[in-house]
Design a protein around this ligand. Structure first.
Ligand code: BTN
Length: 242
């Protein structure tokens, strides 16, 4: 895929959404973002040491019910990429959209639907902490980078190329309605598995639940005790602190 690199953009995500028909098969990359966006209205603060990019997925070959799986699919593609690049298998997916190493965030993913007259698209935005070695105080206890983990400097183009291959392979599977990748996440890379989480909404406030697995529809399955389970979609969950 071609790469379009900007010195500065407000947000690659916003750029792609506003110019979607001009960037259909392009990675839009920014060295700096002045208004980088995370999920749930948060900011994404990053810098030139890192990788920030967005791209469009054309959903013409995907079942509508599979659109929500694109975040997790992207997560697995990134996770596998980081693992290959660093020769380290300990990158895990924190449902629904973070990649963690030793409990520290190394990548965030956002996926937003774009429904146009000519078809349905999903805009995927990825921020990977690559060569950054000092972090804002606010996140220094929760964020890390590939360089912090391995003390090695990484080439961002190589990361993108490996990602592209991984992503395309997984997307093809999902286009065939093959959701085996969810099983793969559950068996090896589900950070939340067997951990207690709090759910931040009115219905469940003040209670914590053990995570069991991710369902083939992308929902997180939690235990209510006594072998009773329930599932949530992308409500925000936080790890329960004892
Ligand atoms: C999250 O962790 O909440 C998701 C963060 C996504 C950040 C990336 S950086 C490139 C792209 N442009 C944005 O404004 N956001 C995404």
């Amino acid at each position: 895929m071609k790469k379009l690199v900007f010195e500065t953009l407000s947000s690659t995500q916003t750029y792609v959404k506003e110019n979607y028909n001009k960037v259909l098969d392009i990675f839009v990359i920014a060295k700096k973002q002045t208004d980088g966006r995370g999920r749930l209205g948060r900011y994404w603060i990053s810098n030139e040491d890192n990788l920030m990019f967005s791209f469009i997925v054309n959903c013409k070959n995907l079942l509508i019910e599979n659109y929500p799986l694109l975040t997790l699919l992207t997560g697995l593609a990134v996770r596998n990429t980081l693992s290959t690049i660093t020769h380290n298998d300990n990158f895990l997916i924190k449902w629904p959209n973070d990649i963690l190493y030793n409990g520290m965030k190394v990548c965030g993913i956002i996926a937003e639907g774009l429904y146009k007259e000519d078809g349905n698209y999903v805009v995927i935005g990825i921020g990977i902490n690559v060569n950054q070695t000092s972090f804002d105080k606010a996140i220094s206890n929760t964020a890390t980078s590939l360089k912090e983990i391995t003390r090695v400097d990484y080439n961002k183009d190589t990361i993108l190329d490996v990602f592209e291959n991984n992503f395309k392979k997984l997307l093809k599977e999902l286009e065939n309605n093959d959701k085996n990748f969810i099983r793969e996440i559950n068996s090896k890379y589900n950070y939340l598995k067997q951990r207690l989480v709090d759910i931040n909404n009115d219905e469940y406030k003040g209670k914590s639940f053990e995570c069991i697995r991710i369902n083939p529809n992308g929902n997180l399955v939690l235990s209510k005790g006594n072998n009773r389970e329930f599932e949530i979609n992308s409500n925000e969950v936080t790890l329960h602190k004892n």
